[in-house]
Design a protein around this ligand. Structure first.
Ligand code: E4P
Length: 221
């Protein structure tokens, strides 16, 4: 399973990269705004900065919602760096844009996926990734992780190579559920990745090992 980090915060990206388990980054307009990144030049520089920290795919989302606008913006984003993946919203014009980029061998991530049907048509249009938003489904009292299982089944039935990029992950258990259901990638906040490390019995066990070692070392023979 690949781990992406879902942030535009360079410090968090550096911290995740330093762990040695990071495979990529996803951003969106809200995450960019949260970091105060605005204006074409700043946005472009920020994507380049992210690509230079991480050795893996970096999703950069188009703002346009019409085919021509998405093609123009996506082509520009893709030209910034070889790691850029163009993020396209799941709308009718977006499907056309996914097909266009697929034909040009430009990588895409179809975002805002909330149903198996949306994931199916995005795969047919040639998306490299689909991003089902499992946390937002959970928020709406629908079983988010279950969507991952449905998409996995459909993709395996027909051999679609589109990767399932579980998104809108809120906590570490979401990552576990996505792994159980066969997501190819989970894009997560740093806290959810670090949460995977933790177990109180590990802390208790380590404290005991260190205490026993100290005791044995202080015994003089
Ligand atoms: C995915 O690529 C999105 O950036 C993200 O996961 C959305 O998550 P949210 O529901 O926490 O905003």
């Amino acid at each position: 399973m690949k781990f992406f980090i879902d942030t535009a915060n360079l410090e968090e990206i550096r911290e995740a990269q330093a762990l040695g388990v990071l495979d990529g980054v996803t951003t969106n307009p809200s995450l960019m705004a949260k970091e105060g990144i605005s204006g074409d030049e700043n946005v472009i520089q920020h994507y380049i900065d992210i690509c230079e920290i991480v050795d893996g795919d970096v999703s950069a989302e188009v703002i346009a919602t019409d085919f021509d606008g998405m093609v123009e913006e996506g082509t520009k984003l893709a030209s910034l760096h070889k790691q850029i993946v163009v993020k396209i919203p799941m709308i009718q014009e977006g499907i056309k844009a996914l097909k266009y980029f697929s034909d040009k061998e430009i990588k895409t991530n179809c975002t805002l996926i909330f149903s198996p049907g949306q994931a199916l048509i995005a795969a047919k249009a040639g998306a490299n990734y689909v991003s089902p938003f499992i946390g937002r489904l959970d928020d709406a009292t629908t079983d988010g992780p279950e969507l991952i299982a449905q998409i996995r089944l459909i993709y395996d039935n027909y051999g679609y190579e589109t990767e399932i990029l579980a998104a809108s992950i809120r906590h570490s258990m979401h990552i576990i559920k996505c792994a159980e259901y066969g997501a190819d990638v989970a894009t997560c906040p740093l806290s959810a990745i670090l949460g995977l490390l933790k177990h109180p019995l590990t802390d208790i066990g380590l404290a005991k090992f260190l205490a026993d070692h100290k005791k044995a070392s202080s015994v003089t023979v």
